[in-house]
Design a protein around this ligand. Structure first.
Ligand SMILES: [Mg+2]
Length: 266
């Protein structure tokens, strides 16, 4: 993979790209990208300053703003808490999308039933592990082991993976000290970005907008992958990341805040 560049060392190029774009689709993840991850996913919320920046971005006529998260759409809307007709919320990695005229929900009953049954079986199998958290959502389930005693984390991770791999027709995605399982269908954060682009510009959306996408997780790589040369993919990582499809990186949520302010001013 090409070297991932630090955004603030390449501001000239970035500004040029943004200035020359008539329309911008600005998509971003929530946890670890615009909000610090505190101890559990539930606790992380955007700051008031970030909320103000996002609100003014949503009022910028050149920008379509989208927040795309692994959270449920209800949880995402609650933590972001911006009332604006110009924001798209995509929950569950794109299984649900809402905002500015889109109202989309994935609804394959068999696939959803399968996830429910696996969650139940896993719940029984691992009920004796202290600290292991099962986050059950409508479309996906996350098995979070970051809360298990550090000495046991590695072995629990391996046991969970081994158990999950016995099931067919599911997708297993590894996040930060968690596994997320979901129906094996072609929906991910990249597809979510495409659905939003298509909504405005039909099949021609790639040519008509510059897409900026910011995220810190494995699941955000699906969004980086669909970006083209003119677009701007930004991974959030403390140090220069090695395995990423993003062309640029920022080091922290604070730097994302600085960058977003800048986008609004260009
Ligand atoms: Mg994240």
């Amino acid at each position: 993979m090409a070297e991932c560049l630090y955004i603030f060392d390449n501001l000239e190029e970035i500004s040029r790209k943004i200035k020359s774009s008539e329309k911008i689709l600005l998509g971003m993840d929530h946890d670890g990208t615009i909000a610090e991850v505190i101890t559990t996913l539930i606790a992380s919320r955007i700051t008031e300053l970030m909320r103000n920046i996002l609100y003014s971005l949503s009022q910028n006529p050149r920008i379509h703003l989208a927040i795309i998260s692994g959270r449920t759409i209800d949880s995402l809307k609650e933590v972001v808490n911006i009332k604006s007709d110009n924001i798209f919320y995509a929950g569950n990695h794109g299984f649900e999308i809402e905002g500015a005229g889109i109202n989309y929900t994935f609804n394959d009953k068999d696939a959803l039933e399968k996830i429910r049954v696996i969650t139940e079986e896993m719940d029984k199998k691992f009920s004796n592990v202290d600290g292991l958290v099962f986050e059950k959502k409508i479309f996906t389930t996350s098995f979070i082991w970051s809360t298990v005693t550090p000495e046991k984390q590695e072995s629990i991770r391996n046991e969970i993976l081994e158990a999950l791999q016995k099931y067919k027709s599911i997708r297993i995605v590894e996040g930060k000290k968690l596994f997320n399982i979901r129906p094996d269908v072609y929906i991910n954060k990249g597809i979510a970005v495409s659905i939003i682009g298509n909504h405005f510009y039909k099949d021609n959306w790639r040519k008509q907008v510059t897409t900026i996408y910011i995220g810190d997780d494995n699941s955000d790589e699906d969004a980086f992958k669909i970006l083209e040369e003119k677009d701007i993919g930004i991974v959030v990582n403390k140090s220069p990341p090695e395995d990423t499809n993003a062309k640029y990186y920022l080091k922290s949520v604070k730097e994302v805040e600085d960058f977003l302010k800048l986008v609004n001013e260009i």
